[in-house]
Write a protein of this length. Structure first.
Length: 345
């Protein structure tokens, strides 16, 4: 199944049914009077986050969604049936944007979240509604209200606990495949990963979700390469893991490029907790590893982990550190919660 995270759809709510003009005519009833019913309401268009979906590929083959119109009212005070609502089922983490792709209409971050996109039109009143002491035989009825037609964008941002960052061929996909049941494509050429991959990693009887996005290159925040298309998927992550290929001739420059791209992308991505990882240490001796690690320590003060995604060396220690950071992100701020419960007149 192909990954798709941005689609344009066209929606229209149903129009309301027209009211009825009718009079009661029965044998032996001299004064029947008006008995026209109201029209039914048009169906509305909703969007709902459901389980079991992780892409918007279904909307590639169907972009138009129309709710049913309400039916017209009838005689004998019968109202018309309401139109059936149309519900768009999307993955958890989907954002609903207006046609300008900037105005956020809804953000569905939990299973069962729903949002109204287009309200159905009201049904028209029948002539029974207009009956009064001064107008006992009205011969007018209202038409139904027109439905709403609009164009919207659906943008998926995967919900994961950990996001993997790094240059192409840094070993992110290998790390994901070695620590989870995910099987991303792995090869020795740049941009092997074309679409984000999710994997569930287990350590010490706890689990967290890891998102592997395509590698970044210099200028990614301007749209260069593939990373700019998928950086949004790590916006929701609580921890960022920066994977560096230690075998690269200028791995320090690669480190600086990724940090600069993250800072320029914005959206508070640079404020997230970050874990730095030197990968492919199996290619060097212990002394060489420490030499490269000391070079990186001169740039950053954060802890540096050394692993080999192929041999598994150092992975368990790294996973425990990631789990600790993920748990920190999930722990609620007690002071803020207590402050929110304070009573104010």
């Amino acid at each position: 199944m192909k990954f798709l995270d941005l689609v344009k759809v066209y929606i229209r709510s149903g129009s309301g049914g027209a009211g009825s003009v009718s009079f009661r005519r029965e044998k032996n009833i001299e004064y029947g009077g008006p008995d026209g019913g109201n029209g039914g309401h048009g169906g509305s268009v909703w969007v709902e986050a459901v389980e079991g979906l992780n892409t918007l590929i279904d909307f590639r083959y169907q972009q138009h969604f129309f709710a049913d119109n309400g039916k017209s009212g009838m005689g004998k005070q019968r109202s018309g049936p309401h139109g059936v609502d149309k519900v768009l089922k999307v993955p958890v983490g989907t954002e609903i944007l207006d046609e300008d792709q900037e105005t956020l209409l809804a953000d569905l971050t939990k299973v069962g979240n729903r949002a109204l996109l287009a309200q159905g039109g009201n049904g028209g009143f029948g002539n029974l509604h207009f009956k009064s002491s001064t107008n006992q035989a009205p011969r007018k009825a209202n038409p139904g209200q027109e439905g709403v037609e609009r164009t919207i964008w659906l943008r998926l941002k995967l919900i994961a606990d950990v996001g993997l960052l790094g240059m192409p061929n840094a070993g992110k996909s290998t790390f994901l495949s070695a620590t989870s049941n995910a099987r991303p494509k792995i090869a020795d050429y740049p941009f092997t990963t074309l679409y984000p991959n999710l994997g569930v990693v287990g350590i010490d009887s706890s689990e967290f979700v890891v998102a592997d996005i395509p590698g970044l290159i210099e200028g990614a925040h301007l749209g260069h390469g593939l990373g700019d298309l998928f950086l949004g998927h790590v916006e929701r992550c609580s921890v960022l893991v920066h994977v560096i290929d230690i075998t690269h001739d200028n791995f320090l420059n690669n480190f600086n490029i990724i940090i600069e791209e993250v800072n320029k992308y914005g959206n508070a991505l640079s404020d997230k907790p970050r874990i730095t990882v030197l990968n492919k240490i199996d290619a060097f001796s212990v002394d060489e590893r420490e030499f490269y690690k000391e070079q990186l320590k001169e740039i950053i003060d954060d802890p540096i982990f050394m692993i080999s995604a192929v041999s598994g060396e150092g992975i368990e220690k790294l996973l425990r550190e990631i789990r600790i950071e993920v748990d920190k992100g999930k722990t609620p701020n007690v002071e803020e919660e207590q402050g929110s419960l304070e009573w104010h007149p």
